[in-house]
Design a protein around this ligand. Structure first.
Ligand code: GCU
Length: 429
């Protein structure tokens, strides 16, 4: 096949997944009366039927069981033997953002896999700090040049999803792409509150389309290269992206300006699913934040409201381990539901941010995950969301599990950040 033809086919395929999901949005159920009844898997019962009564029972017995269920049935397992990453500081700017911050660009690579170009990490630390600061780490959709308003950041050269409005031409960023994600990353607001920001482009780890693994970390580290067939339990793209977040945390542990023991992990939408899974697996993340993560993230899969398992596994099969597809229209057979993903963060603080117009992500289902995870937090004497009623718009609730439903649609707003940072401080970060 000619290169042009294969590029066109690939573009058509990627658009087909995104378009399919979008077309389903108008056909989904948004009627609470039609959600139907469901029974959630028990958080506090072990596979052998015995009860989880103490924090120790959870940590030593139930948590490992639930983690394994998520690996086997939802996101898949990171292969062993990838080894430790290496870090190389590429650039340091001490008067970034008008003198407010120091900006470092650091390349994170994997010595066991030289074919993988690695992650370009962008780290901002507040210059006003008098000691190591807490940090918020998260992946972006558009790359560092899209997150930052600063125009001296190298444009990402990686593959990007087609998007004319964001200045993506032939799957590559252009000068017109600069700053197009900056409203979602209010750097000054975050730095002024004494937090560092660590971010990287998710496509550095794997391009986000059904065949992205071939040129991403999953394909490059596979023993049989691009001929790999993914089996049940193998990692999907969300697992690969989450792995990248943990490598960012490895790097932050070597940065003296950052207190890596106070590092939050954040993500929006598909990257919110990713931050939840990263926080579930890597207990070094001290605080887990999900922004509008929806189906496959914070929303209960058994609730038929907004996006469904059938839609997500058809549109984005590469995000999950193949097993997950078998739960399309068959959610009751899945041994987990998403309250258990929230519970995997226990006893660390976790925050679930919804938006009222983002019905596709099922705001109420996101609240209910937090609600049904609360008994696990109670084992640690921590309050969970603290209410069985989804709160009103712009009314944050919660003790150790935070929740709000913001005015507006699917996005990350200053309001969201203000709640996340206040909650972080309240919970000791
Ligand atoms: C689609 C998809 C969602 C996802 C979202 C996003 O809408 O159906 O599951 O969260 O894209 O990542 O923007």
């Amino acid at each position: 096949m000619s290169p042009l033809r294969s590029t066109l086919l690939l573009t058509a395929m990627i658009l087909a997944g995104e378009d399919f999901a979008e077309a389903q949005q108008s056909k989904a159920n948004y009627d609470e009366a039609r959600v139907g009844s469901y029974t959630l898997p028990e958080a506090l019962v072990l596979a052998d039927g015995s009860a989880v009564k103490t924090a120790g029972d959870w940590t030593q017995r139930r948590r490992p069981e639930v983690l394994k269920l998520y690996q086997d049935h939802v996101y898949g397992r990171v292969p062993v033997g990838l080894g430790a990453p290496a870090f190389q500081v590429k650039a340091v700017k001490k008067d970034a953002l008008g003198g407010k911050a120091t900006r470092k660009l650091i390349q994170i690579t994997l010595p066991s896999c030289p074919a993988w170009e690695g992650i370009e990490l962008m780290l901002y630390t507040p210059n006003a700090a008098t000691g190591p600061v807490p940090c918020v780490a998260g992946l972006s959709f558009g790359g560092n040049h899209a997150v930052s308003p600063e125009t001296d950041i190298p444009l990402s050269t990686r593959w990007m999803r087609p998007n004319k409005e964001k200045g993506i031409v032939d799957n590559r960023a252009t000068e017109a792409s600069r700053g197009n994600e900056s409203s979602r990353w209010p750097l000054a607001l975050i730095l002024d509150q004494g937090f560092a920001v660590a971010t990287a482009y998710y496509g550095d780890i794997e391009p986000d389309h059904a065949e992205g693994w071939k040129t991403g970390l999953r394909g490059l580290t596979a023993k049989d290269g691009t001929a790999t067939v993914w089996n049940n339990g193998d990692w999907g793209a969300i697992s690969a992206w989450a792995w990248g977040l943990s490598r960012i945390l490895d790097c932050l542990e070597t940065e003296t300006a950052v207190d890596a023991k106070r590092c939050a992990v954040i993500g929006h939408s598909r990257l919110g699913k990713t931050s939840l899974w990263a926080g579930a697996q890597d207990e070094r993340f001290a605080f887990v934040i999900s922004n509008n993560s929806g189906e496959g993230g914070a929303a209960l899969m058994r609730r038929n409201f907004g996006e469904t398992t059938a839609v997500i596994t058809k549109a984005f099969p590469h995000w999950f381990t193949p097993t997950y597809t078998s739960y399309a229209n068959n959610e009751a057979a899945c041994p987990v539901d998403q309250h258990l993903l929230i519970a995997l963060a226990a006893p660390r603080p976790i925050y679930i941010g919804s938006a009222v117009e983002d019905e596709w992500a099922d705001p109420k289902g996101e609240f209910l995950s937090g609600y049904h995870a609360s008994p696990v937090y109670a084992l640690f004497d921590h309050p969970g969301v603290g209410t069985d009623q989804q709160p009103g718009i712009d009314t944050p609730v919660g003790g150790r599990i935070g929740y709000h439903v913001r005015n507006g649609g699917h996005d990350v707003k200053d309001y969201d950040w203000q709640q996340y940072l206040a909650f972080a401080r309240k919970n000791g970060l």
